[in-house]
Design a protein around this ligand. Structure first.
Ligand code: PNW
Length: 468
């Protein structure tokens, strides 16, 4: 039957990690509990005009208090792994020095709970919630922030290495640097192009220093990659594609995996790069065990005059361009169906991205650490219908399967996101979850996509040896 065909095509190798992902600020709430310090997102959400509807994540989906229920949901789904992030200001309220034991204790309770349910905890050290004290001292454009990050990584690793085997450093340095310091769409909301490049370098450096400081059993870096297509075959369009690919993908891939910044990108930037010190790139290139890839969409770009920032990359509030030195490039709608973020759905881009990394870079194990889509849910009693999300996940998982067949060393897939949550500058209006959350009652309901994903996981894991 059709149903059986679908499943057999979604049969993955034994040991493949079946996961879902979240991040601390988006789900935890409890922003003043147990000695947590202030992060740049607490400040940013308090600044008028930054987040749609003036929303913040003081409570969000209250995961800090409901983590036991949430782990039970993960177990019900059959997840083999869960990717979450640690809130730096819970661990070091001022970003350095004094350690807050109660903050560490929360992550000990969470990881104990995961392990008790047979779920492998994948820990991300930084998903954008920088301690405000460090921003006040200059933030990521300040080199010292990278050094502070390495100390923080060592503290968390020391406390949790007995429970956590897979570590990752910085989630999507592109977003942290360019949405945070160039476009101003994300915290801290600065619009300082040169400082954004400094931030990008120091986020890379923070990654490398943390890898060295932790000496973790399994550690990776995380990048958000896009497939990039020139709108036409003109020289301007080809140049636009080269530029956007350079800033979005190669600036980070080349640094982490080869220890170099791409020369064409440096030429485009034409900037004084004296903040890049001798040895930095060797540090950034510290050996890693895996590369975590977040994939959402494809960009189609044009270099012809008169374009704009189409919905492919639109921000909810007025912002500057994150594309430093390539502000003239326009993002074109290629006519594919879009999610409610306006992001075009294109699973072929995922295949392209995976093959590209496998082909152009030194060998490294890959994981899809985020992939998913925002759509409006349709509630009907206890059911939540989200056929589009299910179709999105299925199409992208199929491509993962194809990638593995063609030799890409892909070891896992994490849906973004486990649960609906605070979608940054968009607030609560965009739902990415497999699990629907009622923001008034905090009730969690499995969406149809979650039930489907659970079935795929069950089919795949039933042949796994059970350990006991
Ligand atoms: C990622 N962009 O964010 C993040 O890792 C998640 O925290 C987030 O919820 C998810 O994707 C969905 O947005 C991105 O503008 C935010 O290119 C913005 C962009 C890309 C990724």
């Amino acid at each position: 039957t059709q149903e059986e065909r679908t499943r057999s095509q979604l049969r993955f190798p034994t040991g493949f990690s079946w996961g879902a992902a979240t991040s601390a600020y988006q789900i935890e709430g409890a922003v003043t509990a147990d000695g947590r310090g202030t992060s740049i997102w607490d400040t940013f959400t308090r600044t008028p005009g930054r987040v749609v509807g003036g929303e913040h994540a003081d409570v969000t989906i209250d995961h800090y208090h409901r983590y036991r229920d949430d782990v039970r949901i993960m177990a019900d789904l059959g997840l083999s792994a869960y990717r979450f992030s640690v809130s730096w200001p819970r661990i070091q309220p001022d970003g350095s020095g004094q350690i807050n034991q109660k903050g560490l204790d929360f992550y000990k309770r969470l990881t104990d709970e995961l392990l008790a349910h047979g779920i492998d905890p994948w820990l991300t050290l930084y998903h954008w919630d920088l301690p405000q004290t460090l921003e006040d001292a200059g933030g990521w454009p300040n080199r010292d922030t990278a050094l502070r990050f390495a100390d923080y990584a060592a503290v968390v690793h020391e406390a949790l290495h007995d429970r956590v085997h897979t570590w990752s450093t910085v989630n999507e340095p592109w977003c942290a640097a360019f949405l945070g310091y160039a476009s101003g769409e994300h915290a801290p909301g600065r619009r300082e192009p040169e400082n954004a490049i400094r931030a990008a370098h120091h986020l890379n450096l923070a990654h490398g220093l943390a890898v060295q400081a932790m000496d973790a059993r399994r550690v990776g870096g995380c990048v958000n990659l896009y497939a990039i297509t020139p709108a036409g075959s003109s020289e301007e369009d080809l140049d636009a594609a080269r530029r956007i690919d350079g800033l979005q993908n190669r600036f980070f891939l080349d640094a982490l995996l080869t220890g170099r910044y791409p020369q064409d990108v440096l030429d485009d930037l034409a900037m004084d790069l004296s903040f890049v010190e001798d040895g930095d790139l060797k540090t950034i290139n510290a050996p890693i065990d895996l590369l975590l890839v977040n994939y959402y969409s494809r960009f189609t770009v044009s270099g012809a005059a008169g374009g704009g920032r189409a919905s492919a990359a639109a921000a909810p509030v007025e912002t500057a361009s994150p594309w430093i030195g390539s502000e003239h490039v326009s993002f074109v709608n290629a006519g594919r169906p879009v999610t409610s973020m306006g992001w075009e759905i294109d699973e072929s881009g995922l295949l392209e991205v995976l093959r590209r990394v496998a082909r152009d870079y030194p060998p490294v194990a890959l994981v899809i650490s985020e992939n998913g889509a925002a759509f409006d849910d349709v509630l009907e009693g206890e059911r939540v219908h989200d056929a589009e999300r299910r179709a999105y996940l299925e199409a992208h998982l199929r491509v993962c399967r194809e990638a593995i067949d063609s030799g890409v060393p892909l070891e896992g897939y994490f849906a973004w996101s486990l649960m609906d949550n605070f979608e940054w500058a968009w607030g609560y209006g965009k739902r990415f979850g497999l699990v629907h959350v009622d923001y008034e009652t905090q009730r969690r309901l499995l969406k149809d996509s979650a039930l489907w994903y659970a079935e795929i996981i069950r089919q795949n894991r039933r042949h796994e040896p059970t350990d006991s």
